[in-house]
Design a protein around this ligand. Structure first.
Ligand code: BGP
Length: 468
């Protein structure tokens, strides 16, 4: 099977991970500019101050993407470049920069797919309470409107937020992202609710403008599967999906929160404050969403946590599962299984989990249009005779594209695939060693760009519409 002619083959990046130039041309400071200064918060103290200097090299980078045959480029806008203090005056240089990126894409026939919020919040807003402060909802709506006004004539695909579970989970539970708070579930739930409300208001505003494009949001998609068929573990998987999947998709697509999680929040006395206006926005916006974006890297394998006294066979703990995939009342834990494959960073490699996850999503939410907005392999790519031989990445992406095809054949409405990432970039917590790109960036040689083996391979995939 070939992918349909309107299926988009893309690749993605995010502003803080590539742009650098963090205090250039009027850009305001962000939460991440501050956070990376705290010792021990990032890998070997790496920061996005220079990143891969895409701010100055975007022409070269987009030309390389065009030569690869990329049909669509997903990138994010840095809010603080557009509105340096988050709420006040607009910075014309910021608008100009993103206009240039958009024009450069269009010049080559690349469809720009724009994320409004990929985690870099203007510092003034973070200092004023960030996503815990309701004022951030209005500030986001204002910022989104500025973007629709400035770019909506040429950008026809907007993603409001990237991965609410990650920036709120790491921000208010694991302390690994700004604002660096640990174990505060009441804050976590309140912040997620504010994000969903901001999304809903932006969707309504966008549709009122009649710019005739698409709008949706992207979630990290980690469907939970029980490690066996025992009732106990199946219950744990259901529970994990309620907290990690339904909590995030129900308010967006159904306009209401899942009863199961709400009931649990009540038992804990930590229900988020939801105003009548918030509820109304969620309900009005739900049917207006054009798509959801899924960032799929791995599924979760879960088992029920047993009570003291139970005999439990110890399993290897999954190093990365916990922070972004919280279990609040100790019902389940994520486990690594001996018969599964893992990356060097302990992320499970599971194209089958992708297919099953997409089917599960269809059961929950029907035929909603889906874009795979991220999928890829983080690796330390081998360089042999000067060539970047990232064969494991080729295998990974190939297997996941086959999975997407299978899901489409099973009736899942997938309309595009964005590899993470178009080019090597800064990994938020893993620095520059963990690479994802089709294009290598040589940090020992003035950030020179070089095509990897996967670059030529993806070029062929696009050329043949995935039939090779
Ligand atoms: C997603 C983020 C991306 C990117 C990716 C890989 O959650 O949306 O921005 O960072 O994960 O993550 P990492 O760099 O930690 O391997």
């Amino acid at each position: 099977m070939k992918f349909a002619h309107d299926f988009l083959f893309g690749a993605a990046t995010a502003s803080y991970q590539i742009e650098g130039a963090t205090d250039v041309d009027g850009k305001g400071p962000t939460n991440w500019d501050e956070f990376v200064k705290i010792p021990g918060k990032t890998f070997e103290g790496t920061t996005g101050e220079v990143a891969i200097d895409h701010y100055h090299r975007y022409k070269e980078d987009i030309k390389l993407m065009a030569e690869m045959g990329l049909e669509s480029y997903r990138f994010s806008i840095s809010w603080a470049r557009i509105i340096p203090d988050g709420v006040g005056a607009i910075n014309p240089k910021g608008i100009e920069f993103y206009n240039n990126i958009i024009d450069e894409c269009l010049k080559y026939g690349i469809v720009p797919f724009v994320t409004l919020y990929h985690w870099d919040l203007p510092l003034c807003l973070e200092k004023d309470g960030g996503w815990l402060n309701r004022k951030t909802i209005d500030a986001f709506l204002n910022y989104a409107n500025v973007c629709f006004e400035s770019f909506g004539d040429r950008v026809k695909h907007f993603i409001t937020f990237n991965e609410t579970v990650i920036f709120c989970g790491h921000g208010y539970l694991a302390g690994a992202h700004p604002p660096g708070i640990h174990n505060a579930p009441e804050k976590y739930f309140q912040a997620t609710h504010h994000v969903f409300t901001a999304h809903a208001k932006a969707v309504i505003a966008y549709k009122k403008r009649k710019q005739y494009g698409e709008i949706g949001l992207s979630h990290v998609f980690t469907p939970a599967f029980s490690i066996d068929n025992s009732e106990d573990n199946l219950f744990a998987a259901m529970h994990a999906n309620q907290f990690n999947l339904n909590w995030f998709y129900d308010p967006i697509l159904k306009g209401e929160y899942p009863d199961y999680v709400m009931a649990w929040l009540e038992t804990q006395g930590i229900q988020p404050k939801i105003t009548a206006d918030d509820r109304e926005s969620l309900i009005i916006a739900a049917p207006l969403n054009d798509f959801i974006g899924l960032n799929y890297y791995q599924p979760m394998r879960v088992e029920r946590i047993h009570m003291p006294g139970d005999v439990v066979e110890p399993t290897r703990e999954n190093a990365t599962g916990a922070p972004g995939n919280p279990s609040f009342d100790g019902v389940y834990r994520t486990v690594a299984m001996d018969d599964k494959r893992y990356t060097k960073w302990g992320w499970e490699i599971s194209p089958d989990g992708f297919v099953s996850g997409l089917q599960l999503l269809k059961e929950y939410y029907g035929d909603i249009r889906i874009y795979i907005t991220e999928n890829g392999l983080g690796d330390e790519d081998p360089i042999i005779d000067g060539e970047v031989c990232d064969i494991p990445r080729i295998n990974f992406i190939n297997d996941h594209l086959v999975a997407v095809k299978k899901a489409i054949e099973l009736g899942v409405n997938v309309k595009g695939y964005y590899a993470w990432s178009a080019i090597d970039l800064l990994s938020w917590l893993n620095g520059f060693k963990k690479q994802y790109g089709f294009i290598y960036v040589d940090h020992d040689n003035g950030l020179a760009r070089k095509k990897k083996a996967s670059y030529y391979w993806y070029q062929k995939v696009i050329e043949t519409r995935g039939s090779n």
